[in-house]
Design a protein around this ligand. Structure first.
Ligand code: AGP
Length: 587
């Protein structure tokens, strides 16, 4: 969703901010803007579309030592220059960018209009800059404090004041301060300034920061008291966040699964065993996540059932309010999220915390909000994932859940052995010939209107995840089903040539899923088998290693590659699908 980068220092601020916006492109957005302080005046540039190849010389902003930039993913108000950020106050002395939603913006807007504030956009954000303006006679810090106290919903905003200061407040959405040599950054995420500094300070929820030439000063928003901060040195390297020799982040990240599975498995075994014990003792365990992470949670439910004979409950995080009445202090919540910022998951965690339930998170982004609100965290160690379409984080999350399931069964060593073998098999599988074989399939399928995917048991959630992959990259209608459900309705959708991907793992569901494939084929369906062994029902066979209970990990990888090539063949951007964002920070 929206991205924020602000800069104060000796370099050319619009250039630094423009470069930062390019690094934030992966978050997904539809318009962008930059505001800077040049010769005592605030100047703005706003554009619809992508930052792409924009150069500082195209911006017409002139030299400046202080600037703020934003990528907007539209929520309130259409995609237009006037709704793009930064927004100005009536005097033009404040420029503000915002991430999140102001849930009470309608009443605030009416009140501010009655006080003669002039609004020029449809965006909810504009109320914040007028609120700050309203209280500016108290000084910028107090004005931000007062404005923040009146906002409902999750937000993060940064305001640039023509007096030469930058203020930022966090009430739900992340903000990180970067500290270079005599220069300072504020951003929604670290890659925006990673090429300048690795020294960061995290703003906690309910805190604000003031940055002038002397550096940052942090305050608690509610009490106004100064807050002490620690400088944390991030060990990410710049190359990890770049494409390297690959054409797109998506294929780079798919290929990185050769390494990331090993990294995911390297967990503290004592911690895994401790959490497995907590799962056994819990009075109900919930696995919660959204989208792909939600499908990982569903696979987790199957892992625990099959391997540990333990019932854990999977819930889509946005649907969790329907389960809240089951929460109590002995409940355990396991939240799965790549970004650690997904609003619906954060809401579910807040509900769990309110009932004093224990929260364990599986995360990929260090320092994310979920890290701060969880009792225990497992980092899945997939490294920076920039493509909106999640791949390496997914298989890393599956690996950690599988380890936990084995540990809950008292068979951690066996689970670890299985995962090490799987990582090694994936390493062999991901070679150029394999990719070419799947690319040929993409060439056959790219004009399809529909693609169906079926799986059973452990691979039913993976059939659902496979559908998400194809939808996101190719915009082809893709849908996953439990193999046994087809004849209860969906088989009516099959006609001559309809592609149907069959996840046929070498487990106790093999013969039944093959029967389901036969039923589809009998109605004209074109069967693509993902399986360790070929079968006469397959019109196209994609071989995967026989990974036993780790089959969900190996079976999703060919679909990730297929999804990538479908996008490329169709001339679509595999890294930034339309309408989507990398971290979904609104409900
Ligand atoms: C994955 O390909 C999707 N982009 C999306 O479904 C994602 O998994 C979902 O938004 C959850 O994100 P999270 O892992 O950051 O919580």
């Amino acid at each position: 969703m929206c991205g924020i980068i602000a800069y104060l220092g000796p370099k050319d601020a619009p250039s630094v901010v423009l470069d930062g916006l390019k690094k934030l492109e992966y978050r997904g957005y539809d318009s962008w803007g930059i505001g800077c302080l040049s010769k005592g005046k605030i100047l703005l540039v706003k554009k619809v579309g992508k930052v792409g190849q924009a150069k500082t010389s195209d911006l017409g902003l002139g030299a400046a030592g202080m600037a703020v930039g934003h990528t907007r993913w539209a929520t309130h108000g259409g995609i237009s220059e006037k709704n793009a950020h930064p927004h100005l106050d009536c005097s033009g002395k404040l420029a503000l960018v915002h991430n999140g939603i102001v849930e009470n913006y309608q009443e605030l807007r009416k009140r501010l209009q009655a006080q003669n504030h002039k609004f020029v956009s449809e965006s909810d954000t504009e109320v914040i800059v007028h609120l700050v303006e309203n209280y500016l006679n108290l000084g910028l810090r107090k004005a931000v404090e007062r404005a923040a106290s009146e906002l409902k919903g999750r937000s993060a905003f940064v305001v640039l004041d023509s007096s030469g200061e930058i203020a930022a407040a966090r009430t739900g959405s992340p903000l990180i301060v970067g500290c270079g040599e005599g220069e300072f950054f504020i951003a929604s995420d670290i890659p925006a300034f990673l090429s300048h500094t690795r020294k960061v300070m995290y703003l906690d929820d309910g805190q604000m920061v003031m940055i002038g030439k002397a550096g940052p000063q942090f305050f608690d928003l509610a009490s106004g008291k100064e807050a002490k901060k620690r400088v944390v040195e991030i060990d990410w390297n710049v190359e990890a966040a770049e494409k390297g020799d690959y054409e797109h982040f998506l294929i780079k990240e798919i290929m990185e699964q050769k390494d990331t599975l090993w990294q995911a498995i390297s967990q503290d075994e004592a911690k895994i065993a401790k959490v497995a014990g907590q799962i056994k003792d819990a009075y109900g365990t919930f696995l919660v996540g959204c989208g792909t992470a939600g499908k990982v949670c569903m696979a987790g439910e199957y892992f625990f059932a099959k391997i540990a004979r333990k019932h854990v409950n999977f819930a889509v995080a946005s649907e969790f309010p329907s389960y809240e009445s089951f929460l109590q202090p002995r409940t355990l919540m396991i939240a799965v999220s790549q970004s650690g910022e997904t609003a619906d998951v954060l809401e579910a965690i807040a509900a769990a915390r309110k009932k004093k339930a224990r929260v364990i998170s599986l995360l990929n982004v260090f320092g994310s909000t979920m890290m701060r609100v969880s009792d225990e965290v497992f980092m899945v160690n997939a490294g920076v994932e920039k493509a909106v379409v999640s791949t390496k984080a997914t298989t890393a999350q599956l690996s950690v859940l599988l380890l936990l399931a084995y540990a809950s069964a008292g068979r951690l060593a066996e689970g670890k052995r299985l995962l090490l073998d799987t990582a090694s098999a994936v390493n062999d599988m991901l070679n150029p010939r394999y990719e070419e074989h799947i690319k040929r399939l993409a060439e056959r399928l790219h004009q399809s209107e529909h693609i169906y995917i079926i799986g059973r048991g452990l691979n039913y959630p993976i059939a659902l995840e496979a559908a998400i992959k194809i939808q996101e990259t190719s915009y082809i209608h893709a849908e996953g089903f439990a193999g046994g459900e087809l004849k209860h309705g969906p088989i009516a959708l099959i006609s001559r040539g309809t592609p149907c991907i069959v996840m046929a793992a070498n487990d106790d569901s093999f013969h039944e899923i093959i029967s389901n494939a036969m039923e589809v084929k009998a109605r004209g369906g074109h069967i693509i088998g993902i399986s360790p062994q070929n079968n006469e029902v397959f019109d196209y066979w994609i071989k995967v290693p026989d990974a036993g209970n780790a089959s969900p990990i190996v079976n999703i990888i060919p679909v990730q590659i297929l999804a990538y090539h479908l996008a490329v063949i169709k001339g679509l951007d595999p890294d930034m699908p339309r309408n989507l964002a990398k971290s979904v920070t609104v409900k």
